[in-house]
Design a protein around this ligand. Structure first.
Ligand SMILES: O=P(O)(O)OC[C@H]1O[C@H](OP(=O)(O)OP(=O)(O)O)[C@H](O)[C@@H]1O
Ligand SMILES: Nc1ncnc2[nH]cnc12
Length: 174
């Protein structure tokens, strides 16, 4: 399936120089949404993950149906102040700004195998922060799944040694 043709590119959003990859145009296409989740499933099912972790907010949209399809649980990594119970926090850099992420301390049991899902890999700041939270809880990361990878930003270098699945690549980004 030609996923790239379903992703809308919005120039200069959210600030000048950023070419925003808008997946809402893909998500509203039922066959494409199913294809993405099936690709993630096909790639990671054999690793028998115990839990899927998704990063707020677009990681939730893809991680939850993957977890459902695999018959495992879903864990939310959220932006600050959203999770109600005892949590672990990390601060990280974005392509356009800085943010923090949190996870409930009881969300993952030590030794559980984890696949981490997000819509897009850019600098890798979000996903490596998510990975650090998972590791702090004792989770064992078996891989990462994205729809989109912005190759020029080299986020993959921050995930060296891991199984990283990206379905669509862009190589012309600043
Ligand atoms: O690899 P990075 O440079 O960290 O960038 C990738 C992250 O940026 C976007 O999320 P955003 O922070 O815009 O949040 P949202 O999903 O809530 O819109 C995207 O969904 C990834 O999570
Ligand atoms: N260029 C981009 N498009 C969409 N989401 C992003 N997150 C970080 N960079 C992005």
């Amino acid at each position: 399936m030609d996923l790239k043709s379903l992703i809308r590119e919005v120039p200069d959003f959210p600030k000048p120089g950023i070419s925003f990859k808008d997946i809402t145009t893909l998500l509203k296409d039922g066959a494409a949404l199913r294809y993405v989740v099936d690709q993630f499933d096909g790639h990671f099912r054999a690793a028998r993950p115990d839990v899927i972790v998704g990063a707020e907010s677009r990681g939730f949209i893809l991680g939850a149906p993957l977890a459902y399809q695999l018959g495992v649980g879903f864990v939310l990594v959220r932006k600050p102040g959203k999770l109600p119970a005892a949590k672990e926090r990390i601060t990280y850099d974005l392509e356009y700004g800085q943010d923090a992420l949190e996870i409930h301390v009881d969300a993952i049991q030590p030794g559980q195998k984890v696949v981490i899902v997000d819509d897009l890999l850019a600098t890798g700041g979000t996903i490596s922060a998510t990975a650090e939270l998972v590791k702090r809880l004792g989770g064992v990361i078996v891989g990462f799944a994205f729809i989109i990878e912005l190759d020029a930003l080299k986020g993959r270098d921050r995930l060296a040694g891991y199984d990283v699945l990206s379905l669509v690549h862009y190589d012309d980004e600043e």
